[in-house]
Design a protein around this ligand. Structure first.
Ligand SMILES: CC(C)(COP(=O)(O)OP(=O)(O)OC[C@H]1O[C@@H](n2cnc3c(N)ncnc32)[C@H](O)[C@@H]1OP(=O)(O)O)[C@@H](O)C(=O)NCCC(=O)NCCS
Length: 170
């Protein structure tokens, strides 16, 4: 066990913490409206957050879509002060496992070509580069590398919940 607590956000109440991390991580950060849409605007989207303990501050997050049997990982970041301690790996492992339980068979993401830390993280999790989108990113303009990985089969599709829905905890 990693010791980090990873769970889906279910309300917009904690978004200020996520937005602060977003501002610190990206040159063209997502807005509050964009995060609100991820949380409330669709049944296929979810925002996972990671904390050191329940109710502790959020130290990382990831926005995903579950489209049929594909998990699309759209955004991931960790508090710059806490990088290199296994938080990103713990977050990704948990959300890939959860997606498998919900019926996902594969996962995909895009990453800036120059983003060595993220590329190494994804490759260490089994992601393989399958293509390039030329000049996909702005601020600065840069190619996106497309990655995919297989997810071990999870529970039957019939047991899927709407993606952002909270779980009963034991
Ligand atoms: C990418 C990111 C989420 C990784 O989070 P993290 O908590 O620092 O990652 P971890 O500590 O779990 O490291 C996991 C693996 O990533 C790789 N990695 C992490 N930091 C690295 C660095 N500075 N240089 C090279 N590889 C690195 C390593 O393979 C590492 O495994 P190892 O420790 O066994 O060598 C974080 O760097 C981040 O928030 N970056 C800014 C936002 C961003 O670029 N997001 C990705 C957009 S696609």
């Amino acid at each position: 066990m990693s010791g980090w607590v990873v769970e889906p956000l279910v309300t917009t109440g904690d978004l200020e913490e996520v937005l602060a991390l977003e501002e610190a991580a990206f040159t063209n950060p997502w807005t509050r409206d964009m995060f609100e849409w991820e949380l409330t605007g669709s049944d296929v989207s979810a925002v996972y957050v990671v904390r050191q303990a329940r109710s502790a501050p959020i130290v990382g997050y990831c926005c995903v879509w579950l489209l049929f049997d594909e998990l699309h990982i759209n955004h991931v970041a960790v508090d710059p002060r806490l990088r290199g301690r296994g938080i990103g790996r713990a977050l990704m492992l948990e959300l890939l496992t959860d997606a498998g339980r919900r019926g996902a068979h594969r996962a995909t993401l895009e990453v800036r070509a120059s983003n060595a830390p993220a590329r190494r993280l994804y490759e260490s999790l089994g992601f393989v580069q399958t293509g390039v989108r030329r000049a996909y990113y702005t601020h600065p303009v840069e190619d996106a590398l497309i990655f995919w990985c297989d997810i071990a089969p999870g529970t039957s599709p019939a047991s899927r919940r709407p993606f952002g829905a909270s779980e009963e905890r034991e």
